[in-house]
Design a protein around this ligand. Structure first.
Ligand SMILES: *[C@@H]1O[C@H](CO)[C@@H](O)[C@H](O)[C@H]1NC(C)=O
Ligand SMILES: *[C@@H]1O[C@H](CO)[C@@H](O)[C@H](O)[C@H]1NC(C)=O
Ligand SMILES: *[C@@H]1O[C@H](CO)[C@@H](O)[C@H](O)[C@H]1NC(C)=O
Ligand SMILES: *[C@@H]1O[C@H](CO)[C@@H](O)[C@H](O)[C@H]1NC(C)=O
Ligand SMILES: *[C@@H]1O[C@H](CO)[C@@H](O)[C@H](O)[C@H]1NC(C)=O
Ligand SMILES: *[C@@H]1O[C@H](CO)[C@@H](O)[C@H](O)[C@H]1NC(C)=O
Ligand SMILES: *[C@@H]1O[C@H](CO)[C@@H](O)[C@H](O)[C@H]1NC(C)=O
Ligand SMILES: *[C@@H]1O[C@H](CO)[C@@H](O)[C@H](O)[C@H]1NC(C)=O
Ligand SMILES: *[C@@H]1O[C@H](CO)[C@@H](O)[C@H](O)[C@H]1NC(C)=O
Ligand SMILES: *[C@@H]1O[C@H](CO)[C@@H](O)[C@H](O)[C@H]1NC(C)=O
Ligand SMILES: *[C@@H]1O[C@H](CO)[C@@H](O)[C@H](O)[C@H]1NC(C)=O
Ligand SMILES: CC(=O)N[C@H]1CO[C@H](CO)[C@@H](O)[C@@H]1O
Length: 562
């Protein structure tokens, strides 16, 4: 086996501070800068950057099999897991599922672009197999669901191999006010790979770390407010936070039916688009999906168009972009430079396009009111569906009592303040008081926020640093796509998270730029994200400090030697 290792890397900060987004120069025309490997002159894609299309090509040409892919990714997970704790469980059936999919392919059955391709999913998306679905809590370990979540069922139908479950901020970060991103009782502390002890962000922490290091083609996360886009930016990824209702939440452990959504976290926009295509769509088990306005889904992969930005009007909500504790200066600098890239791609930048109700939004408690109230009833609805429930928890009050009494849940060191507050609300999510909160959100994010800006300035889309992007869109259920933008420069002062156990700001930690639009505008957002990604290739310029070494060539060589 020979290593082809010629590779140019340009640190992202160089691009950012020189004011230039020089398109990244690929040393190898086929697989770029990472270490692709060869056997007898045949080249295998490097798994840290292999795309869906690279894997399809390799599977179709019989260069490798789906079983080889599963073996390679499992070996890579084992290399990283004891340091980064990003995967909580592997699917014990992954190899046999891959073998079946290989057999199908060789007898001429092809389920589509994800046929035989391993995907990891967040540990709040249920599967009716040997894996647990716990949101990281022992309260749900061993519990059984009546069927696959619709998302898992769609992945299987598309031919994906569900490889395992990723660690997360416990309960999707809806338990404690003093915990750390990426910590769960079941999975321990997730760390990210761009700085030792890096805060992985959350709550889809393990999905972010895994996708970035090539421990699967890509991963799924969930978002209520920031939980896809934030770990995507800090793990150097593309994240698509779909419109609430585009992807089913049936048998996904909830926070809020009004804000929860499931979406892809991937290394390229096109990979994310392939995954979204497979998981989107109507579902009788989640009636929010009946609001999907299309008879057939847009072709999200075909939306990946280099010219998508030409002639578009792009707004910059400056009052939602501000200095925070000295950590956003490099982000805002890189963002301002990126506006020039968008302009050079043919877009008109309209700056500023401030949100008219921004100050009211900033001090509003309506989102908390919606989430608290939804959580109490939506969690109960999830628990009601379990067909086996060893701890017997039926309500949030039961889950809190369990958490207070079960040592590994790390209470009281990590509090349950979110639940204490939610359990104190005196009304539920069918009450008039709830409706007031929800309508207020629809105004603050709508006419007074994102939708108002789109209309007042005749915009196609808003761009904003991902650091600031999630909430305005979250409260109206609208989509966001984040793309790598840069990383913190070498002279960055290392700052820990509030708990003091993670490095939250440090040199080399990646950050992103978001495209935000009206509901159901994913096809457009994907186009803009792709056009920006292809012109900048920022991901390739930021290297992790740690990465796995097992490659497909190792696995194939071993198989051939048997
Ligand atoms: C490629 O491999 C070489 C030799 O093993 C190593 O020095 C280099 O850092 C690797 N490059 C990348 C981008 O991983
Ligand atoms: C890593 O993954 C394996 C699954 O194979 C799991 O059993 C193990 O507990 C995980 N965690 C760590 C910290 O190694
Ligand atoms: C191909 O294999 C699959 C799985 O083994 C099987 O279900 C299917 O019937 C086979 N199709 C053909 C055309 O043989
Ligand atoms: C699920 O949790 C049970 C413990 O209740 C454990 O025995 C089992 O191995 C877990 N499943 C997987 C795939 O790790
Ligand atoms: C955070 O980074 C410092 C070096 O800047 C390192 O000494 C420390 O161990 C890191 N924290 C963790 C939790 O790894
Ligand atoms: C949506 O489904 C939920 C339960 O799945 C049900 O309680 C609710 O009434 C339904 N809403 C509508 C508008 O059909
Ligand atoms: C937009 O917001 C920024 C930041 O708050 C402020 O400086 C600027 O004056 C505002 N511009 C307009 C036109 O409202
Ligand atoms: C921000 O930087 C300034 C100047 O270095 C310093 O005085 C101030 O304390 C810093 N603020 C924070 C929150 O770190
Ligand atoms: C919950 O309500 C009780 C009784 O009114 C009060 O003592 C407690 O402080 C409240 N807790 C929270 C977190 O709001
Ligand atoms: C919500 O509260 C109202 C009024 O107390 C009650 O009639 C209704 O059953 C409650 N609904 C749920 C889903 O708890
Ligand atoms: C890092 O260097 C840049 C460019 O020289 C400078 O503008 C910035 O203030 C420096 N930051 C710190 C934290 O020293
Ligand atoms: C399932 C799993 O990965 N558990 C790990 C959680 O993290 C602790 C350390 O923090 C490990 O000991 C467990 O193996």
């Amino acid at each position: 086996m020979a290593l082809a290792s010629i590779c140019f890397t340009i640190a992202a900060y160089t691009l950012v501070y020189s004011g230039l987004f020089t398109p990244h120069v690929h040393a190898h025309p086929a697989y770029g800068c990472a270490n692709e490997t060869t056997i007898n002159g045949v080249t295998f894609p490097a798994l840290i950057e292999a795309t869906t299309e690279d894997l399809i090509t390799g599977l179709e040409s019989k260069l490798f099999t789906s079983v080889d892919l599963v073996n390679a990714y499992i070996a890579r997970i084992h290399e990283m897991n004891s340091t980064l704790h990003m995967v909580t469980e592997l699917n014990p059936d992954a190899l046999s599922i891959a073998a079946e999919l290989d057999a199908e392919r060789s007898n001429g059955t092809n389920r589509g672009p994800l046929h035989g391709i391993p995907i990891l999913i967040k540990n709040n998306i249920a599967t009716a197999d040997k894996m647990n679905n716990t949101a990281g809590s022992y309260a749900l370990l061993g519990a059984k669901v009546p069927r696959d979540s619709t998302i898992a069922a769609k992945l299987r139908k598309a031919g994906a191999v569900i490889l395992g479950k990723t660690n997360l901020s416990q309960w999707a970060n809806y338990r404690s006010t003093n915990t750390s991103n990426g910590w769960s009782a079941q999975g321990g502390q997730t760390y990210a790979a761009y700085y030792p002890g890096q805060d992985p962000s959350g709550s889809s922490s393990g999905s972010g770390v895994s996708s970035s290091l090539g421990l699967a083609l890509a991963a799924l996360g969930t978002e209520t407010d920031g939980s896809i886009v934030s770990p995507s930016e800090n793990n150097n990824l593309i994240g698509i936070k779909p419109t609430v209702g585009l992807t089913s939440r049936s048998l996904v452990i909830p926070i809020s039916q009004h804000q929860d959504t499931v979406g892809p976290m991937a290394r390229t926009v096109k990979d994310a688009a392939y995954l979204l295509q497979a998981i989107a769509g109507k579902d009788v088990h989640d009636n929010y999906t009946s609001a999907i306005p299309f008879d057939s889904l847009p072709d999200y992969v075909a939306s990946c168009n280099f010219s998508a930005l030409a002639g578009k009007r792009i707004g910059v909500p400056r009052n939602d972009i501000y200095e925070v504790n000295n950590v956003t200066f490099p982000i805002i600098d890189a963002f301002n430079t990126a506006l020039k890239v968008l302009e050079a791609a043919g877009a008109t930048i309209v700056d500023p396009t401030n949100y008219t109700a921004w100050d009211a939004f900033f001090s509003s408690t309506s989102e908390t009111c919606v989430l608290d109230t939804d959580f109490v009833s939506d969690l109960k609805s999830y628990l009601d569906q379990l067909i086996y429930n060893p701890t017997g928890v039926e309500t949030l009050a039961d889950v809190r009592a369990f958490t207070h009494s079960f040592g590994a849940e790390d209470y009281p060191d990590r509090n349950t303040a979110e639940w204490d507050r939610a359990l104190n609300v005196t009304f539920n999510n069918t009450s008039p008081e709830f409706w007031d909160c929800y309508q207020r959100d629809l105004y603050l994010g709508g006419t007074g926020g994102l939708l108002g800006a789109l209309k007042n300035y005749s915009l196609d889309v808003i761009v904003i640093p991902t650091f600031f992007s999630s909430s305005i869109s979250a409260i109206i259920g609208a989509p966001v796509v984040t793309v790598p933008l840069g990383s913190y420069p070498p002279n960055t002062t290392v700052v820990t998270n509030k708990r003091g156990d993670l490095n939250a700001t440090a040199p080399n930690i990646p950050f992103g730029i978001s495209f935000a639009g009206a509901k159901w505008s994913e096809a457009d957002l994907i186009g803009y994200a792709y056009a920006f990604e292809q012109r900048t290739k920022v991901r390739d310029t930021i290297q992790p400090y740690i990465k796995p070494t097992t490659e497909l060539s190792d696995v194939v060589a071993k198989r051939k030697a048997r």
